[in-house]
Design a protein around this ligand. Structure first.
Ligand code: NDP
Ligand code: A1CAB
Length: 271
């Protein structure tokens, strides 16, 4: 599907690196097929040295070469960047924007000919366990969607959705690894508090969340049913869960997702 094709990234930061690492690890593309642009020369050199990809200092040159072009800059940089590359990009190039809050309509206005796809991935794409949600723009057909989905399927799970769900997706799975790292860190600290060595505690916390997540995905059971199976009557787990409920862990997570979703909405309104 990607033979003799170039995949370009403008913006070589955290999410671009996670995608490049995951895509190469999956063997979907060869390093020579990946082109990267970043304003920072050191960053370009780092990506070239670490992954064997080709760094291009001029974003217009990269845009002109890419068959699929990822926009992996911060949301406020997307529109000026599109003004810069609009004349250079070929009309058949598929543009994939991962910028939080940036609407398809705004992208399509700036690039009037290209098929555009808006995606919200997350950083676990770096280890093949990403969660990416794709929304097709008005000029994208199913073939464009399948091509983009193939890249994201290689680095995790993929769902197609309407753009109206993107702010909610951003609040849950886009930002979600951040919440999960806080939880793992907090559990690891808690383990240290009750006497576990630090490294062992981090392993126990991370593997426990990984195992629980895998059980939800593999059994298809409702998480509440799986939780019930851990909680022996009068036992340890129900004693711990009682404290979580008392301290509002559920409500805190609910508010975290709602506030992040709202933040994504606000970013979409910004001119
Ligand atoms: N990180 C995440 O978990 C996720 C991020 N996203 C989205 O991905 C995008 C990038 O986020 P993230 O990777 O975290 O951000 P980073 O700041 O890590 O990466 C952005 C990179 O782009 C560079 N840059 C800035 N301006 C330009 C330009 N005009 N041309 C080329 N490169 C430029 C930045 O350099 P400098 O720092 O010097 O300005 C930086 O290296 C955002 O829109 C975000 O919403 C989406 C899903 C998840
Ligand atoms: O924090 C952010 O704005 C980006 C979007 C989703 C995850 N990181």
């Amino acid at each position: 599907m990607f033979t003799n094709q170039y995949v370009g990234f403008i913006g070589g930061g955290a999410i671009a690196e996670a995608l490049i690492r995951g895509i190469l690890q999956a063997g979907l593309l060869q390093p020579a097929q990946i082109l990267v642009n970043d304003v920072n020369e050191n960053r370009r050199a780092f990506l070239e040295a670490s992954y064997g990809v080709t760094a291009i200092a001029d974003s217009q040159l990269l845009a002109a070469k890419a068959d699929i072009l990822f926009l992996t800059v911060k949301p406020n940089v997307v529109e000026p960047l599109l003004t810069t590359i609009a004349k250079a990009i070929l009309p058949q190039t598929i543009v994939v924007s991962v910028a939080a809050g940036v609407r398809l309509a705004a992208l399509e206005e700036k690039l009037p000919n290209n098929p555009i796809i808006r995606v919200m991935p997350n950083t676990p794409v770096a280890v093949g366990e990403g969660m990416s949600v794709l929304a097709l723009g008005s000029r994208s057909c199913s073939e464009h969607g399948e091509k983009a989905a193939a890249l994201f399927n290689a680095v995790g799970k993929t769902v197609m959705a309407g753009e109206e769900l993107m702010d909610a997706v951003t609040g849950l799975s886009g930002s979600g690894p951040g919440y999960a790292f806080v939880l793992i860190d907090a559990l690891a600290d808690a383990g240290v508090r009750v006497g576990l060595p630090r490294q062992m505690s981090i392993l126990l916390a991370a593997q426990t969340l990984l195992g629980a997540a895998k059980m939800v995905l593999e059994t298809g059971e409702h998480p509440a049913k799986l939780r019930d199976a851990v909680t022996s009557p009068g036992g340890t787990t129900i004693a711990g869960i009682h404290v979580m409920e008392q301290r509002g862990v559920r409500a805190a997570l609910s508010d975290a997702v709602a506030v992040a979703c709202e933040r994504s909405r606000e970013m979409g309104k910004r001119k």
